[in-house]
Design a protein around this ligand. Structure first.
Ligand SMILES: Cc1cc2nc3c(=O)[nH]c(=O)nc-3n(C[C@H](O)[C@H](O)[C@H](O)COP(=O)(O)OP(=O)(O)OC[C@H]3O[C@@H](n4cnc5c(N)ncnc54)[C@H](O)[C@@H]3O)c2cc1C
Length: 502
């Protein structure tokens, strides 16, 4: 008996819904022998959250797998390039550092570059900041951009990049793609969910106008409300507010300034932080804060006072509870996007978690039995991805030396997960980075964040001592010159974007 899935219903048409529909339609909808209907239901009455505008470099693999044309994507989504995040006032007021998508040059004698830097810093009091050996950090500081040479990478190509884009335009872009590849869009408000009386599998969703949409597999992309995964299947939610106390955000676009920066900026404030995301046609801004430590009105003032152009709208208020669904695949329902969890937008990880979830759904694609073993495997992978993102974000708050507000005092003193405590102590004592999730942030990200926030390891890899110090010295001097020369020759980010967008 053929048990293949013949109809997939995606509930929700935000970034998660269309990022799910596009690859499912591409892979499954128009198959000559095993076609599978891909239906997406969305309600304009509810609308989308629409603020996810900064991404990680992995978005390029997602776009690449769909075969999107790079220049067309940049034009249609008003995108700019992102080399990383500039952090201001995080470690202490006046502190500034860059978390770049890249390493601090190549390894030397198979030992990580930061280990050699630590050795040099112990011997030479005036060793310049490690950031000077990060190609993307130097590019960002000078407002320059070109993509790295990925075919035959040289010493200065050890970097990557993501994008900033208009979230609404990106969802529209993927919608066009998904529909062209056979997905069907239905507009309507879901008011009821039907389940099989014995198995509990979801069998159909009912719309307010009486229409009934049946399916074999349901993907819940309904946002924070988790219409199917929580509303119907009560998967449960693990609340991480004790580690991540921010629960509110205000978002507002403002007019662009002439210099188009190739990075996101995150500035710590009294009870949270603000973001600044440059797009071609406007700048996206927001203030993420805890309303337990400040008022909405004060948060609004902090946001509006920090804009570098005229506000183009009224700030939009959002509330959230950081955490994750205990299980994001239950029976024949898979939650993707905010319905599966949310860990703060500080490192632009939500869209990356959507990419992972959609990729894993395709890798573990079920038949109509939806074997629970597949769900267990999906939940195991996604659970550890969410937890490693949580730990990385908690690190940003925990390592602060700020004590100028109740909020920062709370963060300094709060209990943290044991997994993160181990990572911090290991780095502080030995300079080693414990990577607990190979699909998550890599060693240079931890090095940039921990050193940027003021943790200088007490020791370095003893194998670094086996390299002649003159060789290390020469390496650092040569690489710094190469970076400086390469960056001088590069176009400004604005000029590069204009060249691509046409
Ligand atoms: C303040 C903030 C800043 C963020 N910044 C970033 C960032 O820089 N980078 C990043 O990667 N991520 C960011 N995110 C996360 C990102 O916005 C989301 O991951 C992304 O937008 C996906 O949202 P979604 O599609 O899951 O939900 P939503 O956008 O909320 O979409 C939900 C969809 O479900 C539909 N729906 C709900 N109920 C029903 C119903 N009853 N009937 C029919 N349809 C229904 C709605 O119509 C809508 O289409 C941010 C989030 C917040 C809160």
């Amino acid at each position: 008996m053929d048990k293949s899935i013949r109809k997939i219903v995606i509930v929700g048409g935000g970034t998660a819904g269309w990022m799910t529909a596009a690859p499912l339609a591409q892979r499954l909808a128009q198959h000559p022998t095993h076609p599978c209907e891909v239906i997406l239901v969305e309600s304009p009455e509810i609308g989308t959250i629409g603020v996810g505008e900064a991404t990680l470099p992995t978005i390029r693999f997602y776009n690449g797998a769909l075969g999107l044309d790079g220049a067309d994507f940049i034009r249609k989504t008003k995108a700019t390039f992102k080399l990383g995040i500039e952090f201001k006032d995080w470690g202490h007021v006046g502190n500034r550092f860059f978390h770049a998508f890249g390493d601090f040059g190549p390894p030397l004698a198979a030992t990580a570059p930061h280990m050699h830097w630590l050795r040099m810093a112990q011997q030479f009091e005036r060793m310049p900041d490690l950031e000077n050996w990060s190609m993307p950090s130097v590019m960002a500081r000078h407002g320059k951009f070109v993509p790295p040479n990925e075919e035959t990478p040289g010493m200065t190509d050890a970097y990557s990049y993501g994008f900033h884009f208009d979230a609404g335009l990106y969802a529209n872009y993927l919608r066009e793609y998904a529909v062209k590849h056979g997905a069907r869009r239905i507009e309507g408000m879901i008011v009821d969910v039907e389940q099989h009386p014995e198995s509990g599998f979801v069998t159909a969703v009912k719309l307010r106008d009486g229409r009934r949409i049946e399916g074999d597999l349901f993907v819940d992309c309904s946002g924070f409300r988790g219409l199917l995964i929580e509303g119907t299947l009560q998967a449960g939610y693990e609340d991480w507010s004790a580690y991540l106390p921010c629960n509110s955000a205000l978002a507002v676009p403002c007019a662009s300034v002439p210099e188009l920066t190739p990075y996101t900026r995150s500035t710590a404030k009294e009870a949270g932080w603000t973001w600044r995301i440059p797009l071609q046609h406007r700048t996206g801004n927001g203030h993420v804060y805890s309303n337990g430590f400040t008022s909405d009105e004060q948060a609004r003032r902090v946001l509006l006072d920090g804009l570098d152009g005229a506000a183009l709208d009224e700030p939009r208020q959002l509330r959230f509870v950081t955490g994750r669904r205990r299980k994001s695949w239950v029976k024949n329902v898979v939650a993707v996007g905010l319905s599966a969890g949310f860990v703060e937008p500080l490192e632009s990880t939500s869209i990356n978690l959507i990419e992972t979830a959609v990729g894993k759904l395709l890798e573990l694609f079920p038949d109509r039995d939806c074997r629970p073993e597949l769900a267990d495997e999906f939940n195991r992978i996604m659970g550890s991805r969410y937890e490693s993102v949580r730990d990385f974000i908690v690190l940003h708050y925990k390592l602060t030396e700020r004590d100028d507000s109740e909020f920062w005092r709370y963060c300094r003193n709060m209990a943290i997960p044991d997994s993160l405590r181990h990572q911090i102590e290991l780095f502080r004592e030995t300079g080693r980075v414990a990577i607990l999730d190979r699909a998550g942030f890599a060693e240079p990200s931890y090095v940039a964040m921990m050193m940027g926030l003021g943790v200088t390891p007490k020791r370095y890899d003893p194998l670094a001592d086996r390299v002649d110090i003159r060789v290390v010295h020469g390496h650092f001097a040569e690489l710094r010159d190469m970076i400086a020369q390469a960056v001088t020759r590069m176009p400004g980010h604005g000029a590069y974007v204009a060249g691509v967008a046409g």
